[in-house]
Design a protein around this ligand. Structure first.
Ligand SMILES: *Cc1c(COP(=O)(O)O)cnc(C)c1O
Length: 394
């Protein structure tokens, strides 16, 4: 099949909800991908932070195919090994008490919201269902997580949205301003991803954790993008000197298969009892086996190198001194680049993709989320494409 045939079929048979790049991807290995015509691309996107251990990592492929040939699915009405193994790995590596598995980031955040509302209902009764979220946050595309998202562009068309969310500026005064007797939790990303790769201030986060404790609000951390090693620790909270009451994860957890979930602390272990929360595919054996493989691969020296690789990419980009790019920011291999000059972030991103470097946008800037396993050689190839493509632009 040619690229033209593929895109024609897409336009005819697929709902056109995505602004796609005019590029197809057929296969790859690590952070090196190829289209149908055999053209090479360096992957600085990981399928939006999903391919945490790159494409077709041999240990990941083996775990997935072994499990698929053994047991592809069994409902949550039965015990099975892979999700228990993954839950144990996640809890022992974080100090959290127990896991729930879901299928996407939005669904995982819905779980956190239900957890907070039920925690509060059990203890205080009705009238305490409000969750504070932050401006420029992103929490998902369901009707409830759109309402949770602190960006007005997402609050259109789909009325009525779920009630019970208030958005605050990301500082203590901002949170105090919207607080009240109806609040049960604060939900935040420690590095806002879609909002523009905006790391939260450590002092603010620690003060917020104290405020949550004082008011008996649950501290909920959305680690859908920052989790699974992306920022240089297994979860970003581990660099902030806080312990969340619960955190969500998704994107990178199963290295390319759809999986999400959340972890809760001891205090919240019994909040969602039998019959209160469920999802048919949650903890699917193949996804869970993939998740175990991802964590094992991260343990084998990959996680240790994330910060170093991130620093190398950021330094190299800043050293290029390109007129169309400004400062870089981020944590680990979650990198934002300011855009300045005549071209928008979307235009720059499209040029990079056409030239063979898969990049992303976030807020008004560019965003890089390479596989955590990316090699020095792949980083250098990507950097030189960036320099050649954007070098002449003002
Ligand atoms: C991507 C993302 C989501 C939504 O995840 P889906 O799997 O697309 O539902 C939620 N929160 C954050 C921080 C994200 O980056």
């Amino acid at each position: 099949m040619t690229h033209e045939q593929l895109t024609a079929l897409d336009r005819q048979y697929v709902l056109q909800t995505y602004g796609r790049n005019d590029v197809d991807i057929d296969h790859g290995r690590g952070a090196t991908l190829y289209d149908l015509a055999g053209k090479e691309y360096i992957d600085f996107s990981s399928g939006i932070g999903v391919n945490s251990v790159g494409t077709a990592h041999p240990a990941w492929v083996k775990a997935v195919t072994d499990q698929a040939s053994k047991l592809g699915h069994i409902s949550n009405l039965f015990y099975s090994q892979p999700y228990v193994a993954l839950a144990e790995k996640l809890c022992t590596r974080t100090g959290m008490a127990a896991a729930f598995f879901a299928n996407s980031g939005a669904e995982s955040n819905e779980g956190l919201i239900k957890l907070a509302r039920k925690y509060s209902f059990d203890k205080y009764g009705e009238g305490r269902g409000t969750v504070i979220t932050l401006n420029k946050s992103f929490h998902g595309r369901t009707v409830t997580t759109l309402a949770a998202t602190g960006q007005d562009v997402f609050h259109q068309y789909f009325f009525p949205f779920t009630e019970g969310f208030r958005h605050a500026d990301p500082n203590l005064d901002g949170v105090q301003e919207v607080s009240g007797h109806d609040v049960c939790a604060v939900l935040l990303e420690l590095v806002q991803g879609e909002g523009g790769v905006l790391p939260m201030d450590v002092t603010f986060v620690q003060k917020l954790a104290e405020l949550c404790k004082a008011r008996d609000w649950l501290l909920l951390v959305d680690e859908v993008q920052t989790g699974v090693g992306r920022t240089g620790t297994l979860f970003a909270f581990q660099q902030y000197g806080i312990m969340p009451d619960a955190l969500s994860f998704a994107k990178g957890i199963a290295g390319g298969l759809p999986m999400g979930g959340f972890l809760v602390n001891e205090k919240c272990r019994n909040v969602l009892g039998p019959g209160t929360h469920a999802t048919t595919f949650g903890g699917n054996p193949v996804c869970a086996a993939a998740g175990c493989a991802v964590l094992d691969i991260l343990d084998q020296g990959v996680l240790d190198q994330v910060k170093e690789k991130g620093a190398y990419l950021r330094q190299s980009i800043e050293d290029m001194n390109l007129p169309c790019l400004g400062k870089t920011r981020g944590l680990g291999l979650m990198i934002g680049i300011e855009v300045k000059g005549e071209h928008t972030n979307k235009e720059l991103c499209a040029m990079l993709v056409r030239s063979g470097l898969l990049a992303l946008t976030a807020g008004p800037g560019l965003r890089l989320l390479p596989p955590l396993t990316i090699t020095k050689e792949e980083m250098d190839k990507g950097l030189s494409i960036m320099k050649e493509t954007l070098g002449g632009l003002t």
